[in-house]
Design a protein around this ligand. Structure first.
Ligand SMILES: [Zn+2]
Length: 326
């Protein structure tokens, strides 16, 4: 499966710059995809190089069906070279290997593309070695550099590339992207999607990572509400204290408390943590609807405590208090 430019969301400027290169056929030798991690740079670079190698290119990139697209899909296109860090950094030896391969005659009549990702992990020696290739590239050769931080690249490299900027996005766009991905596979609750999008700093890639973490968080919180486990309570207190983003930190426990208040009021309530319904129904029966609503409000006011407050103590008291009578 070869990606196309239209599969990139929230990056209109980058997409229109790349489309223009396809339209004019005037593709620079050095392209630098830069911006926050998780904003789609590598995906865009792959879609772009697929369009370069495809022999029946359409406006949106690769056709997906020609022999070159098939080779690319199977990861065996001889005109695609790539280097990535070994032991955290891209060393000069890897750049030298790349240059040697580029000095040989191309296997096919298509252009050649080298993907360097993340380029900001090149050592200074590696970057200097690459510089000469950027200055005098072999014919029909394109270097695609992907970098999270421009400031970590030597200015000489940056100035020899055409820059393709990738931006962070509003939380709503990140949530939409997560929702679209979810439609294709794994199921997460709407609460988990919203919470992950809110904490991701505008990066869908980071939101995806957070989503997994938060899924674990929901399980842990259902456990905290279900039984008295001092060790788990202290761990939660510590995590609560350390969390930078108060609102996001409270999203998961608030969703659990809200579900308990709804379930204990009876009926087939529409709850957020649907996948934990059975466990939540059992917990809900331990208090009245009013009791759970009170707990929800307590948690809410705790989440709004000023930064200097004793958050850890407040949360521990709340959790130990959950299992008493009220
Ligand atoms: Zn094709």
């Amino acid at each position: 499966m070869v990606d196309r430019l239209s599969s990139l969301r929230g990056q209109d400027r980058a997409v229109s710059l790349l489309r223009r290169y396809f339209e004019t056929g005037n593709v620079p030798a050095g392209l630098l995809f830069h911006g926050e991690e998780g904003t789609g740079k590598e995906k865009a670079a792959l879609a772009f190089l697929a369009g370069l190698l495809c022999r029946n290119r359409i406006e949106d990139g690769a056709c997906g069906e020609c022999p070159d697209c098939r080779l690319l899909s199977s990861g065996t296109h001889p005109n695609l070279l790539s280097i990535s860090p070994e032991n955290h950094f891209i060393q000069i030896a890897e750049v030298r290997r790349l240059k040697e391969e580029l000095s040989l005659k191309a296997f096919s009549d298509r252009p050649r593309a080298a993907l360097i990702c993340p380029a900001d992990r090149m050592t200074i020696q590696a970057a200097n070695a690459l510089l000469k290739t950027l200055e005098e590239p072999p014919p029909e050769t394109h270097l695609l550099l992907v970098a999270h931080r421009l400031s970590r690249l030597p200015p000489t490299i940056v100035s020899r590339c055409q820059k393709i900027p990738f931006r962070t996005m509003p939380a709503e766009t990140v949530e939409e992207i997560l929702g679209a991905l979810q439609a294709k596979g794994k199921r997460h609750s709407p609460a988990a999607l919203r919470a992950a999008a809110a904490c991701a700093g505008g990066s869908p890639g980071r939101a995806l990572l957070l989503l997994e973490e938060m899924e674990e968080g929901r399980k842990a919180w259902v456990g905290l509400f279900s039984r008295q486990d001092p060790q788990a309570v202290f761990a939660a207190g510590e995590a609560w204290r350390k969390a930078g983003d108060r609102e996001a930190q409270a999203a998961v426990p608030l969703s659990v408390a809200r579900d308990l208040a709804l379930l204990s009021s009876g009926g087939k309530a529409d709850i957020i943590n649907e996948d934990f319904r059975d466990a939540l129904c059992t917990i809900a029966g331990r208090k009245t609807g009013e009791g759970w609503t009170r707990k929800f409000r307590e948690l809410l006011s705790m989440s709004r405590l000023p930064p200097q407050a004793q958050k850890r103590l407040a949360l521990e008291a709340f959790l130990f208090g959950l299992h008493g009578k009220d």
